[in-house]
Design a protein around this ligand. Sequence first.
Ligand code: URA
Length: 448
Amino acid sequence: MRVTDLIERKRDGGALTREEWAGLMRCYAAGDIPDYQMAAMAMAVYFRGMEDAETEGLTAAMLESGDRLSLAHLGRPRVDKHSTGGVGDKVSLVLAPLVAACGVAVPMMSGRALGHTGGTLDKLEAIPGFRTDLPRDRAVAQLERLGAVLIGQTDEIAPADKRLYALRGATATVPAIPLIAASIMSKKLAEDLTGLVLDVTTGAGAFLTRLEDSLALARTMIALGERRGCRTVALLTDMNAPLGVACGNAVEVAESIALLCGEGPADVREVTLALATEMLLVAGLTTDATAARARAERAIDSGDALEMFGRIVVAQGGPAGLVEDPAAHLASAPVRRVLAADRDGIVQRVEPRAVGSAIITLGGGRSRTTDVVDPAVGVLVHRRPGARVTAGEPLLTILARDEAGAGAAAAELASAVSLADAPPPLRPLISHRVTAAGVEELPVTVAH
Ligand code: URA
Protein backbone atom coordinates (compact mmCIF):
# COMPACT_ATOMS: atom_id res chain seq x y z
CA MET A 1 0.00 0.00 0.00
CA ARG A 2 1.38 3.42 -0.94
CA VAL A 3 1.52 6.17 1.70
CA THR A 4 -0.48 8.48 -0.56
CA ASP A 5 -3.31 5.90 -0.60
CA LEU A 6 -3.39 5.90 3.21
CA ILE A 7 -3.38 9.71 3.39
CA GLU A 8 -6.14 9.82 0.80
CA ARG A 9 -8.27 7.34 2.74
CA LYS A 10 -7.89 9.28 6.00
CA ARG A 11 -8.51 12.56 4.19
CA ASP A 12 -11.79 11.17 2.89
CA GLY A 13 -12.93 9.99 6.33
CA GLY A 14 -11.90 6.33 6.18
CA ALA A 15 -10.02 4.31 8.81
CA LEU A 16 -6.59 2.66 8.70
CA THR A 17 -6.09 -0.82 10.09
CA ARG A 18 -3.81 -1.56 13.03
CA GLU A 19 -1.30 -3.13 10.59
CA GLU A 20 -1.37 -0.03 8.39
CA TRP A 21 -0.66 2.27 11.36
CA ALA A 22 2.13 -0.08 12.47
CA GLY A 23 3.76 -0.05 9.01
CA LEU A 24 3.37 3.72 8.64
CA MET A 25 4.95 4.55 12.01
CA ARG A 26 7.72 1.98 11.61
CA CYS A 27 8.72 3.51 8.28
CA TYR A 28 8.36 7.06 9.62
CA ALA A 29 10.57 6.33 12.64
CA ALA A 30 13.15 4.77 10.30
CA GLY A 31 13.18 7.91 8.14
CA ASP A 32 11.60 6.17 5.15
CA ILE A 33 8.55 8.45 5.04
CA PRO A 34 9.20 12.17 4.54
CA ASP A 35 7.85 14.76 6.95
CA TYR A 36 5.63 16.31 4.29
CA GLN A 37 3.64 13.10 3.93
CA MET A 38 3.33 12.62 7.68
CA ALA A 39 2.28 16.27 8.03
CA ALA A 40 -0.49 15.65 5.50
CA MET A 41 -1.58 12.56 7.45
CA ALA A 42 -1.59 14.49 10.73
CA MET A 43 -3.73 17.20 9.16
CA ALA A 44 -6.12 14.58 7.79
CA VAL A 45 -6.44 13.11 11.30
CA TYR A 46 -6.95 16.60 12.71
CA PHE A 47 -9.99 17.08 10.48
CA ARG A 48 -11.33 13.52 10.31
CA GLY A 49 -10.48 12.12 13.75
CA MET A 50 -9.88 8.43 14.41
CA GLU A 51 -11.95 5.47 15.44
CA ASP A 52 -11.07 4.06 18.88
CA ALA A 53 -9.40 1.03 17.28
CA GLU A 54 -7.21 3.35 15.21
CA THR A 55 -6.13 5.35 18.28
CA GLU A 56 -5.25 2.06 19.93
CA GLY A 57 -3.38 0.98 16.77
CA LEU A 58 -1.45 4.25 16.48
CA THR A 59 -0.52 4.14 20.19
CA ALA A 60 0.70 0.55 19.86
CA ALA A 61 2.62 1.44 16.68
CA MET A 62 4.41 4.37 18.33
CA LEU A 63 5.10 2.32 21.45
CA GLU A 64 6.52 -0.50 19.35
CA SER A 65 8.67 1.88 17.28
CA GLY A 66 11.26 1.68 20.07
CA ASP A 67 12.38 -0.17 23.17
CA ARG A 68 10.69 -0.25 26.55
CA LEU A 69 12.10 0.16 29.98
CA SER A 70 12.01 -2.94 32.14
CA LEU A 71 11.64 -1.87 35.75
CA ALA A 72 9.88 -4.62 37.68
CA HIS A 73 13.15 -5.38 39.49
CA LEU A 74 12.90 -2.04 41.32
CA GLY A 75 10.49 -3.78 43.69
CA ARG A 76 8.35 -0.71 44.28
CA PRO A 77 5.50 1.06 42.53
CA ARG A 78 6.47 2.99 39.41
CA VAL A 79 4.32 6.03 38.73
CA ASP A 80 4.63 8.96 36.35
CA LYS A 81 2.56 12.03 35.60
CA HIS A 82 2.05 13.79 32.27
CA SER A 83 0.42 17.09 31.45
CA THR A 84 -1.37 17.79 28.19
CA GLY A 85 0.36 21.15 28.09
CA GLY A 86 0.10 24.67 29.34
CA VAL A 87 1.82 27.97 29.98
CA GLY A 88 3.86 28.35 33.17
CA ASP A 89 3.33 24.66 33.93
CA LYS A 90 6.43 23.67 35.88
CA VAL A 91 4.61 21.04 37.95
CA SER A 92 6.75 18.11 36.73
CA LEU A 93 9.93 19.67 38.11
CA VAL A 94 8.42 19.76 41.59
CA LEU A 95 6.37 16.60 41.45
CA ALA A 96 9.02 14.08 40.37
CA PRO A 97 11.39 14.70 43.32
CA LEU A 98 8.46 15.12 45.69
CA VAL A 99 6.87 11.76 44.88
CA ALA A 100 10.26 10.02 44.72
CA ALA A 101 11.00 11.38 48.20
CA CYS A 102 7.83 9.57 49.34
CA GLY A 103 9.25 6.21 48.20
CA VAL A 104 7.68 5.81 44.74
CA ALA A 105 9.88 5.27 41.66
CA VAL A 106 9.28 8.06 39.14
CA PRO A 107 10.67 7.38 35.64
CA MET A 108 9.50 10.70 34.18
CA MET A 109 9.64 11.01 30.41
CA SER A 110 8.68 14.49 29.23
CA GLY A 111 8.48 16.58 26.08
CA ARG A 112 9.78 19.83 24.66
CA ALA A 113 7.99 23.11 24.07
CA LEU A 114 5.11 22.49 21.68
CA GLY A 115 3.09 25.25 20.03
CA HIS A 116 2.48 28.02 22.57
CA THR A 117 3.13 25.70 25.55
CA GLY A 118 6.41 25.19 27.39
CA GLY A 119 8.24 21.87 27.67
CA THR A 120 9.71 20.21 30.76
CA LEU A 121 12.85 19.20 28.85
CA ASP A 122 13.59 22.78 27.79
CA LYS A 123 13.11 23.93 31.38
CA LEU A 124 15.45 21.26 32.73
CA GLU A 125 18.04 22.13 30.09
CA ALA A 126 18.04 25.69 31.44
CA ILE A 127 20.06 24.12 34.27
CA PRO A 128 23.69 24.27 33.06
CA GLY A 129 24.96 20.79 32.16
CA PHE A 130 21.64 19.00 32.83
CA ARG A 131 21.26 16.05 30.45
CA THR A 132 17.76 14.89 29.52
CA ASP A 133 19.08 12.42 26.90
CA LEU A 134 20.52 9.81 29.24
CA PRO A 135 21.15 6.40 27.69
CA ARG A 136 18.67 3.83 28.93
CA ASP A 137 21.14 1.97 31.16
CA ARG A 138 22.14 5.15 32.91
CA ALA A 139 18.51 6.20 33.40
CA VAL A 140 17.69 2.82 34.94
CA ALA A 141 20.77 2.95 37.18
CA GLN A 142 19.69 6.40 38.42
CA LEU A 143 16.19 5.10 39.13
CA GLU A 144 17.66 2.25 41.15
CA ARG A 145 19.86 4.64 43.12
CA LEU A 146 17.63 7.72 43.59
CA GLY A 147 14.11 6.63 42.66
CA ALA A 148 13.65 9.31 39.99
CA VAL A 149 14.95 10.25 36.57
CA LEU A 150 13.80 13.06 34.25
CA ILE A 151 14.37 12.28 30.59
CA GLY A 152 12.94 12.83 27.11
CA GLN A 153 11.83 10.36 24.52
CA THR A 154 15.00 9.16 22.86
CA ASP A 155 15.87 7.38 19.66
CA GLU A 156 15.47 4.21 21.73
CA ILE A 157 12.10 4.93 23.40
CA ALA A 158 9.05 5.93 21.35
CA PRO A 159 11.17 7.40 18.51
CA ALA A 160 8.10 7.69 16.28
CA ASP A 161 6.51 10.03 18.81
CA LYS A 162 9.71 12.03 19.08
CA ARG A 163 9.55 12.82 15.35
CA LEU A 164 5.80 13.22 15.08
CA TYR A 165 5.59 15.42 18.19
CA ALA A 166 8.05 17.91 16.73
CA LEU A 167 6.34 17.78 13.33
CA ARG A 168 2.89 18.44 14.82
CA GLY A 169 4.24 21.44 16.71
CA ALA A 170 5.41 22.94 13.42
CA THR A 171 2.31 22.10 11.36
CA ALA A 172 -0.58 23.24 13.63
CA THR A 173 -1.75 19.65 14.10
CA VAL A 174 -1.39 19.38 17.87
CA PRO A 175 -4.99 19.81 19.06
CA ALA A 176 -6.37 16.44 17.90
CA ILE A 177 -7.58 14.08 20.64
CA PRO A 178 -6.28 10.83 19.08
CA LEU A 179 -2.87 12.34 18.27
CA ILE A 180 -2.42 13.77 21.76
CA ALA A 181 -3.62 10.52 23.37
CA ALA A 182 -1.32 8.32 21.25
CA SER A 183 1.64 10.66 21.73
CA ILE A 184 1.36 10.76 25.50
CA MET A 185 0.39 7.15 26.08
CA SER A 186 3.03 5.66 23.76
CA LYS A 187 5.77 7.37 25.80
CA LYS A 188 4.18 6.53 29.12
CA LEU A 189 3.48 2.89 28.33
CA ALA A 190 7.12 2.44 27.32
CA GLU A 191 8.11 3.27 30.90
CA ASP A 192 6.81 0.01 32.39
CA LEU A 193 4.65 1.92 34.87
CA THR A 194 2.32 0.48 37.47
CA GLY A 195 0.37 3.75 37.56
CA LEU A 196 -0.02 7.01 35.67
CA VAL A 197 -1.59 10.33 36.63
CA LEU A 198 -2.61 12.70 33.86
CA ASP A 199 -2.98 16.44 34.22
CA VAL A 200 -5.47 17.25 31.47
CA THR A 201 -5.47 21.00 31.07
CA THR A 202 -8.55 22.77 29.79
CA GLY A 203 -9.30 26.35 28.74
CA ALA A 204 -7.81 29.11 26.62
CA GLY A 205 -4.17 28.13 27.16
CA ALA A 206 -4.65 24.38 26.71
CA PHE A 207 -4.50 22.57 23.38
CA LEU A 208 -8.12 21.62 23.97
CA THR A 209 -10.08 24.65 25.06
CA ARG A 210 -13.49 23.01 25.63
CA LEU A 211 -14.23 21.02 28.78
CA GLU A 212 -16.03 18.24 26.88
CA ASP A 213 -12.99 17.69 24.63
CA SER A 214 -10.67 17.58 27.65
CA LEU A 215 -12.94 15.00 29.28
CA ALA A 216 -12.95 12.96 26.07
CA LEU A 217 -9.14 13.09 25.95
CA ALA A 218 -8.93 11.97 29.58
CA ARG A 219 -11.26 9.04 28.94
CA THR A 220 -9.34 8.01 25.80
CA MET A 221 -5.98 7.99 27.61
CA ILE A 222 -7.40 6.17 30.64
CA ALA A 223 -8.79 3.45 28.37
CA LEU A 224 -5.40 3.08 26.63
CA GLY A 225 -3.57 2.82 29.96
CA GLU A 226 -5.98 0.52 31.77
CA ARG A 227 -6.12 -1.87 28.80
CA ARG A 228 -2.38 -2.43 29.31
CA GLY A 229 -2.62 -2.90 33.06
CA CYS A 230 -1.44 0.59 33.99
CA ARG A 231 -3.76 2.19 36.56
CA THR A 232 -4.54 5.59 35.06
CA VAL A 233 -6.23 8.59 36.67
CA ALA A 234 -6.74 12.12 35.32
CA LEU A 235 -7.34 15.49 36.95
CA LEU A 236 -8.78 18.28 34.82
CA THR A 237 -6.99 21.53 35.63
CA ASP A 238 -7.76 25.05 34.56
CA MET A 239 -5.49 26.63 31.95
CA ASN A 240 -7.38 29.88 31.35
CA ALA A 241 -4.42 31.76 32.83
CA PRO A 242 -0.72 30.89 33.09
CA LEU A 243 0.14 28.73 36.09
CA GLY A 244 2.17 30.56 38.73
CA VAL A 245 4.21 33.70 38.21
CA ALA A 246 7.20 32.53 36.14
CA CYS A 247 6.75 31.62 32.47
CA GLY A 248 9.90 30.73 30.54
CA ASN A 249 12.68 28.25 31.17
CA ALA A 250 15.27 29.38 33.77
CA VAL A 251 12.63 31.39 35.67
CA GLU A 252 10.42 28.31 35.93
CA VAL A 253 13.31 26.30 37.35
CA ALA A 254 13.80 29.02 39.97
CA GLU A 255 10.08 29.01 40.81
CA SER A 256 10.13 25.19 41.08
CA ILE A 257 12.96 25.40 43.60
CA ALA A 258 10.94 27.96 45.59
CA LEU A 259 7.97 25.56 45.59
CA LEU A 260 10.19 22.74 46.81
CA CYS A 261 11.24 25.09 49.63
CA GLY A 262 7.55 25.44 50.61
CA GLU A 263 7.25 28.88 49.02
CA GLY A 264 6.03 29.93 45.57
CA PRO A 265 2.62 30.62 44.06
CA ALA A 266 -0.44 28.99 45.66
CA ASP A 267 -1.98 27.77 42.38
CA VAL A 268 1.09 25.73 41.33
CA ARG A 269 1.43 24.34 44.85
CA GLU A 270 -2.22 23.26 44.85
CA VAL A 271 -2.04 21.52 41.44
CA THR A 272 1.24 19.85 42.45
CA LEU A 273 -0.13 18.55 45.75
CA ALA A 274 -3.36 17.33 44.12
CA LEU A 275 -1.35 15.39 41.50
CA ALA A 276 1.08 14.09 44.14
CA THR A 277 -1.89 12.83 46.15
CA GLU A 278 -3.17 10.91 43.11
CA MET A 279 0.30 9.51 42.41
CA LEU A 280 0.64 8.19 45.96
CA LEU A 281 -2.87 6.69 45.70
CA VAL A 282 -2.23 4.91 42.38
CA ALA A 283 1.09 3.75 43.80
CA GLY A 284 -0.91 2.03 46.55
CA LEU A 285 1.03 3.73 49.36
CA THR A 286 -2.32 4.41 51.00
CA THR A 287 -6.00 4.32 50.07
CA ASP A 288 -6.74 7.51 52.01
CA ALA A 289 -6.47 10.75 50.01
CA THR A 290 -6.04 12.88 53.15
CA ALA A 291 -3.13 10.73 54.31
CA ALA A 292 -1.57 10.83 50.83
CA ARG A 293 -1.74 14.62 50.73
CA ALA A 294 -0.27 14.89 54.23
CA ARG A 295 2.59 12.59 53.14
CA ALA A 296 3.30 14.85 50.14
CA GLU A 297 3.19 18.00 52.27
CA ARG A 298 5.61 16.40 54.74
CA ALA A 299 8.07 15.68 51.92
CA ILE A 300 8.17 19.43 51.18
CA ASP A 301 8.19 20.61 54.81
CA SER A 302 10.99 18.21 55.78
CA GLY A 303 13.23 19.35 52.92
CA ASP A 304 13.34 15.78 51.53
CA ALA A 305 11.79 16.77 48.18
CA LEU A 306 14.24 19.66 47.75
CA GLU A 307 17.17 17.42 48.62
CA MET A 308 15.94 14.84 46.11
CA PHE A 309 15.76 17.50 43.38
CA GLY A 310 19.35 18.55 44.14
CA ARG A 311 20.51 14.94 43.89
CA ILE A 312 18.69 14.43 40.57
CA VAL A 313 20.27 17.61 39.17
CA VAL A 314 23.78 16.46 40.09
CA ALA A 315 23.15 12.90 38.85
CA GLN A 316 22.08 14.28 35.45
CA GLY A 317 25.07 16.60 35.03
CA GLY A 318 23.84 19.81 36.64
CA PRO A 319 25.70 21.86 39.24
CA ALA A 320 25.93 21.02 42.93
CA GLY A 321 24.57 23.97 44.89
CA LEU A 322 21.75 24.80 42.45
CA VAL A 323 19.02 24.47 45.07
CA GLU A 324 20.99 26.51 47.62
CA ASP A 325 21.65 29.38 45.21
CA PRO A 326 19.65 29.13 41.97
CA ALA A 327 20.53 32.67 40.85
CA ALA A 328 24.25 31.79 40.81
CA HIS A 329 23.63 29.07 38.22
CA LEU A 330 20.60 30.03 36.12
CA ALA A 331 20.76 32.41 33.17
CA SER A 332 19.06 35.76 33.66
CA ALA A 333 17.80 38.07 30.95
CA PRO A 334 19.73 41.33 30.45
CA VAL A 335 16.60 43.39 29.65
CA ARG A 336 13.51 43.68 31.90
CA ARG A 337 10.44 45.63 30.83
CA VAL A 338 7.43 46.12 33.11
CA LEU A 339 3.90 46.40 31.74
CA ALA A 340 1.77 48.24 34.29
CA ALA A 341 -1.98 48.69 34.85
CA ASP A 342 -3.34 51.75 33.07
CA ARG A 343 -6.29 52.06 35.49
CA ASP A 344 -7.60 50.80 38.81
CA GLY A 345 -9.62 47.60 38.46
CA ILE A 346 -9.90 43.84 38.88
CA VAL A 347 -7.98 41.49 36.59
CA GLN A 348 -10.44 39.65 34.35
CA ARG A 349 -8.14 37.59 32.18
CA VAL A 350 -4.45 36.92 31.63
CA GLU A 351 -4.36 35.41 28.16
CA PRO A 352 -2.11 32.33 28.35
CA ARG A 353 -1.70 32.04 24.59
CA ALA A 354 -0.50 35.64 24.36
CA VAL A 355 2.06 34.90 27.10
CA GLY A 356 3.15 31.65 25.39
CA SER A 357 3.42 33.35 22.03
CA ALA A 358 5.43 36.25 23.51
CA ILE A 359 7.87 33.71 24.95
CA ILE A 360 8.34 32.22 21.46
CA THR A 361 8.94 35.75 20.10
CA LEU A 362 11.53 36.30 22.84
CA GLY A 363 13.31 33.07 21.81
CA GLY A 364 12.17 30.95 24.77
CA GLY A 365 10.07 28.55 22.67
CA ARG A 366 10.02 27.16 19.15
CA SER A 367 8.16 28.02 15.98
CA ARG A 368 10.36 25.61 13.96
CA THR A 369 11.61 22.26 15.16
CA THR A 370 15.21 23.38 14.70
CA ASP A 371 14.91 26.59 16.78
CA VAL A 372 17.36 26.85 19.67
CA VAL A 373 15.71 27.90 22.94
CA ASP A 374 17.05 30.83 24.98
CA PRO A 375 16.81 29.77 28.64
CA ALA A 376 16.99 33.28 30.07
CA VAL A 377 13.94 34.93 28.54
CA GLY A 378 10.34 34.79 29.72
CA VAL A 379 7.41 36.63 31.21
CA LEU A 380 6.52 37.11 34.88
CA VAL A 381 2.78 37.27 35.57
CA HIS A 382 2.35 39.37 38.71
CA ARG A 383 -1.43 39.44 38.96
CA ARG A 384 -3.92 36.61 38.40
CA PRO A 385 -7.59 36.89 37.44
CA GLY A 386 -9.56 38.21 40.42
CA ALA A 387 -6.70 40.38 41.75
CA ARG A 388 -7.52 44.02 42.51
CA VAL A 389 -4.92 46.42 41.06
CA THR A 390 -4.31 50.14 41.07
CA ALA A 391 -3.10 52.24 38.13
CA GLY A 392 0.66 51.97 37.66
CA GLU A 393 0.97 48.60 39.43
CA PRO A 394 3.10 46.03 37.53
CA LEU A 395 1.02 43.37 35.75
CA LEU A 396 3.70 41.64 33.69
CA THR A 397 7.48 41.78 33.45
CA ILE A 398 9.10 40.86 30.14
CA LEU A 399 12.52 39.21 30.43
CA ALA A 400 14.31 39.75 27.11
CA ARG A 401 17.70 39.23 25.49
CA ASP A 402 17.64 42.75 24.00
CA GLU A 403 15.46 45.86 23.61
CA ALA A 404 14.14 44.75 20.22
CA GLY A 405 12.88 41.48 21.74
CA ALA A 406 11.32 43.34 24.66
CA GLY A 407 9.53 45.68 22.25
CA ALA A 408 8.17 42.85 20.11
CA ALA A 409 6.95 40.96 23.19
CA ALA A 410 5.41 44.12 24.65
CA ALA A 411 3.40 44.59 21.45
CA GLU A 412 2.10 41.01 21.71
CA LEU A 413 1.25 41.41 25.38
CA ALA A 414 -0.38 44.85 25.10
CA SER A 415 -3.87 43.46 25.65
CA ALA A 416 -2.98 40.16 27.38
CA VAL A 417 -4.25 41.37 30.75
CA SER A 418 -7.75 42.83 30.83
CA LEU A 419 -9.17 44.86 33.72
CA ALA A 420 -12.78 45.61 34.70
CA ASP A 421 -14.71 46.88 37.71
CA ALA A 422 -16.46 43.63 38.64
CA PRO A 423 -14.73 40.35 39.59
CA PRO A 424 -14.44 37.68 36.84
CA PRO A 425 -16.52 34.49 37.09
CA LEU A 426 -14.97 32.00 39.52
CA ARG A 427 -13.27 29.02 37.88
CA PRO A 428 -12.17 25.97 39.86
CA LEU A 429 -8.45 25.30 39.52
CA ILE A 430 -9.07 21.53 39.51
CA SER A 431 -12.56 20.71 38.24
CA HIS A 432 -12.86 16.95 37.63
CA ARG A 433 -11.28 13.64 38.57
CA VAL A 434 -11.58 10.95 35.91
CA THR A 435 -10.94 7.25 36.46
CA ALA A 436 -11.91 4.05 34.68
CA ALA A 437 -15.03 4.12 36.89
CA GLY A 438 -16.23 7.51 35.62
CA VAL A 439 -16.08 11.27 36.06
CA GLU A 440 -16.32 13.00 39.43
CA GLU A 441 -16.88 16.74 39.70
CA LEU A 442 -14.63 18.05 42.47
CA PRO A 443 -15.57 20.55 45.18
CA VAL A 444 -13.98 23.94 44.52
CA THR A 445 -10.92 24.30 46.75
CA VAL A 446 -8.93 26.97 44.94
CA ALA A 447 -10.46 29.16 42.27
CA HIS A 448 -9.81 32.39 40.48
N1 URA B 1 2.16 16.24 25.34
C1 URA B 1 2.59 15.21 24.57
O1 URA B 1 3.48 14.44 24.97
N2 URA B 1 2.05 15.03 23.38
C2 URA B 1 1.07 15.85 22.89
O2 URA B 1 0.61 15.61 21.80
C3 URA B 1 0.62 16.91 23.70
C4 URA B 1 1.19 17.09 24.93
